[in-house]
Design a protein around this ligand. Structure first.
Ligand SMILES: Nc1ncnc2c1ncn2[C@@H]1O[C@H](COP(=O)(O)OP(=O)(O)O)[C@@H](O)[C@H]1O
Ligand SMILES: [Mg+2]
Length: 357
């Protein structure tokens, strides 16, 4: 009997959940990881939490567990460590024991292909997009160029470099004003959670908006403002991706900024979105196409704008590691489409292993 129990235990798949990390979305990542770890079916999986400090250092098992404790505050020690390398031999050893990794990391150094490349190099399968899909999905300029190359609708945009701003800001502003009417959006190319994004309503606000975006990135996007409803669709699959029912975000603020995303309880998620059958089909078709042309796999959430005046759909962005808390849109849309959160995690792990084979 004892032998049998041990065999069963060792048959469980070991899932390493990576979370925290260097990006501004460190705290959100911890929330995503907590939910994933809570929901993973413990009769099938042994969970190995792998926390990453704010400085990028991979943490021990004990420290990783500490990070997952509700009420956890930043560990000051995260900024120091005995080794030069951010991943020590001990942490590599822990990685060696897992069968598959779930990167619950959002933003740069996690959602952008870097961690994916590292996992490829060391030979561990992982959930979600591979290096290419992650990298193009992270960079809003490359993503939009690829989408429009394939004929998919995106808001009109222009790329501005920090270097150009430093050498002649007035010239850059002149070009922007020729192309766009107020209001328009200014955003860093590689970030998330609406950090560094401004809605610019007049000439007086342009300088500050560009400087703010330039604090975060050397590459900045200026975009026409679409007066639209914010529609999101979850995608699941590798070669034959499928779309969930669409959902809608209704922020009560000017736009879906950082505060609206994480602190404003009046932001509403409408699931499923109230759309005609034709629009649902069109949202799903465009979301699947975006997923394919950006070479994604496993999962992604495709965010769109539905113009209030014309019903035209614009693709705003793709998130290759969407939020995964119990109230996040990605799992919620699957629940509304008939797939439970636990079932969704099973599928994602199967897709990760399937891609490797
Ligand atoms: N071109 C645009 N037109 C209208 N609203 C926009 C536009 N770009 C961004 N926004 C608003 O800003 C929010 C965040 O922008 P987004 O490009 O999705 O960046 P992030 O990756 O930080 O989520 C959007 O959800 C939307 O509310
Ligand atoms: Mg967004």
């Amino acid at each position: 009997m004892k032998f049998l129990v041990m065999t069963l235990v060792s048959d469980k798949l070991r899932v390493g959940v990576l979370f925290g990390g260097r990006s501004g979305e460190h705290d959100i990542s911890i929330l995503s990881a907590r939910s994933i770890i809570n929901v993973l079916d413990k009769t099938k999986y042994t969970v190995v939490p792998i926390g990453i400090g704010r400085n990028g250092r991979w943490l021990s098992e004990g420290r990783s567990q500490q990070m997952l404790t509700p009420g956890y505050q930043r560990l000051e020690q995260d900024t120091t460590g005995p080794n030069k390398l951010l991943v020590s031999a001990e942490e590599l050893g822990r990685l060696n024991e897992v069968d598959v990794v779930f990167p619950a990391l959002h933003g740069p150094h996690g959602e952008d292909g870097t961690v994916q490349g590292f996992l490829d190099v060391v030979g561990v399968p992982y959930v979600g997009a591979d290096v290419l899909g992650s990298a193009v999905g992270m960079d809003k300029a490359v993503m939009k160029a690829l989408l429009s190359f394939h004929g998919l609708p995106v808001p009109d945009y222009q790329v501005v470099y920090k270097k150009e701003l430093e050498s002649d800001a007035q010239f850059v502003i002149g070009k922007v004003e020729k192309r766009f009417t107020y209001p328009f959006f200014v955003k860093p190319a590689n970030l998330g959670s609406s950090v560094g994004i401004s809605k610019v309503k007049s000439r007086g606000e342009v300088d500050d908006a560009l400087s703010e975006a330039a604090r975060w990135d050397r590459k900045i996007l200026v975009e026409e403002a679409v007066d639209g409803r914010e529609i999101e669709c979850s995608i699941l699959g590798n070669e034959e991706p499928v779309a969930s029912v669409p959902g809608e975000i209704v922020p009560s603020r000017e736009f879906y900024d950082y505060f609206a995303k994480y602190h404003d309880e009046t932001t509403r998620l409408i699931i499923p979105a109230d759309l005609s059958q034709e629009l649902v089909k069109e949202v799903q078709r465009l979301a699947v196409l975006a997923f394919k042309v950006l070479d994604c796999s496993g999962m992604a959430r495709v965010d769109m704008f539905l113009s209030r005046s014309t019903d035209k759909i614009y693709i705003n962005e793709i998130n290759t590691i969407p939020g995964f808390t119990s109230v996040s849109m990605y799992p919620k849309l699957w629940e509304a489409s008939g797939l439970s959160y636990t079932g969704l995690l099973d599928k994602l792990i199967a897709l990760a292993l399937g891609r490797c084979q």
